[in-house]
Design a protein. Structure first.
Length: 315
């Protein structure tokens, strides 16, 4: 998939197809979040994005809404409810045909409340999140120009960085770990991704593992396995449709060496998306993750998340 040669009758022009696939591939992944089970899917599908492959430099700006509930540790009859808005700037640069480099700058707003009879604000923090840098490299490619078939196997690696504040306080007291804009820790990951493309269809799958270092307050987010399986269809030159299954298994968080209640577990989410080329290299998109299987440790719940944004291929 590092290049494509197809007739107009078989498929949209290469540049338009590249843009459509670019958006679709992006949206299959959720970025690392400051909780043990929030993020589902491959953390680096953005780096294999065909916009970054067909061109050299791509920018994306998106907004995500997410809500997560967990049992209150002090009073089991109460629930801690985290509502999170994230605005992300993503840059992908392709210095060679086989290598893609990506960087993501998040700005996070977290509202944490205790509910159960009444809703009591616990914290409300806004600021820079954990910047993520990563790379994807194609180890193997198989191209059949006559039938327009491309296969690719890649390795991925990267890390989130402790750039977001992790010592936000309210009333002189440090707010809850999950209400902090940043994790205060490193979050390296690595994995494999496979991609198959022919005609108007694309399929891809990935499997990755992520670990976390301990932050300055003795807290360590649970290690996780992340996976994605997606299929994409292009009914028209300027339209792309995507449907997939994103998943995550996370171990329980650790605080000063001890397990943190109501953290960790497994989430499987159906991930639909729709993408529209509005002008030249500009695309708009809307996608969601709808949990269909949830097996958490303790009292937890995760609601559907929504991402919308715009992407532009510079060259």
């Amino acid at each position: 998939m590092l290049f494509r040669m197809r007739s107009d009758a078989a498929l949209a022009p290469p540049r338009l197809l590249a843009g459509a696939l670019a958006v679709a591939a992006l949206l299959a992944a959720a970025p690392a979040l400051a909780c043990s089970v929030c993020g589902c899917g491959d953390p680096l599908l953005t780096s294999s994005d065909p916009a970054a492959i067909a061109g050299r430099l791509r920018l994306q700006l998106d907004t995500e809404y997410l809500r997560m509930d967990a049992g209150n540790e002090a009073d089991p009859s109460l629930t801690d409810r985290l509502t999170q808005w994230t605005v992300r700037l993503n840059v992908v640069y392709r210095p060679t045909d086989a290598l893609s480099l990506t960087a993501t700058l998040p700005f996070v707003s977290k509202d944490l409340r205790t509910v159960g009879g009444a809703s009591t604000p616990a914290s409300d923090a806004t600021g820079l999140g954990d910047v993520e840098i990563a790379a994807r490299y194609a180890l193997w490619r198989d191209v059949h120009l006559g039938i327009g078939r491309v296969q690719e196997l890649s390795i991925t690696a990267g890390t989130s960085t402790p750039t977001g504040p992790n010592d936000v306080r309210s009333g002189g007291e440090r707010i809850d770990e999950h209400g902090q804009p940043g994790t205060g820790a490193w979050g390296p990951f690595a994995g494999l991704a496979y991609r198959f493309e022919q005609g108007r269809w694309v399929a891809f799958g990935s499997l990755s593992g992520r670990v976390h270092s301990e932050n300055g307050y003795g807290y360590r987010y649970g290690s996780a396995a992340l996976w994605s399986i997606h299929g994409q269809y292009f009914p028209a030159k300027r339209v792309a449709l995507d449907l997939g299954l994103d998943g995550r298994y996370a171990a329980t968080d650790r605080d000063s060496g001890g397990a943190v209640p109501n953290t960790g577990g497994t989430v499987l989410a159906v991930a639909p998306g729709a993408y529209l080329n509005v002008a030249g290299g500009a695309w708009v998109f809307l996608r969601g993750q709808i949990p269909v299987y949830k097996h958490f440790v303790g009292a937890q719940d995760q609601l559907p998340s929504v991402v919308t944004g715009v992407q532009y291929q510079l060259w």
